[in-house]
Design a protein around this ligand. Sequence first.
Ligand code: ADP
Ligand code: MG
Length: 136
Amino acid sequence: MDRTSSSAETEEVGARIAASLAPGDVVLVSGELGAGKTTLIRGACRELGVTDPVVSPTFTIGRRYRGRLPVSHLDLYRLEGLQDEDPGLLDDYLTADAVAFLEWPRAAEPQLERVAVRVELTHDGGDNRVITVRRT
Ligand code: ADP
Ligand code: MG
C-alpha cells in the first residue's frame, strides 16, 4: 500500500509499476473520479518511454501511444458492459505486443485473459491518496 500527497508521487507509483511490465500485460486501474487513475497511468507511460501527452481518452474508448513498446490507455467509464458492443471493441488495444492500462475496467473484466496488476486508488482527504497495487 502506498500513500501519496501529490500527483508527482502518484506518477512515481505508476512508474514503479511500469518497470515490471512485459508485452501483453494488462493493468486495471480503479477508483473514483479524480482519484488519480490517469495521473498514475501518465507516470507509467513516461517510464515506458511515451513522450506524447497522456490525457484521458475522450470521444473514443482508448488511445495507443508509442513508447519503448506500444502502450494502450483505455477509459471504459461510459460502458455498462460489452454484451451490446462490437465484440472486437478492445482488440485494437489489447494486443500481444502492447502494455495496456484500463480505467473503469469493470465492463471488460469478464473477458480479460491476462491481468498482470490491479491498482486501486482512493481519496484520503485533500491531495492525499491511498494506492493499493496487487500483482496477479
Ligand atoms: P482520474 O483519472 O482518477 O479521474 P486524474 O488523474 O485525472 O483522476 O485526476 C486527479 C486529480 O487530482 C488531478 O487534478 C491531480 O492533480 C489531483 N491530485 C491531487 N493530489 C493527487 C495525488 N496524491 N495523486 C493523484 N492526483 C492528485
Ligand atoms: Mg481518468
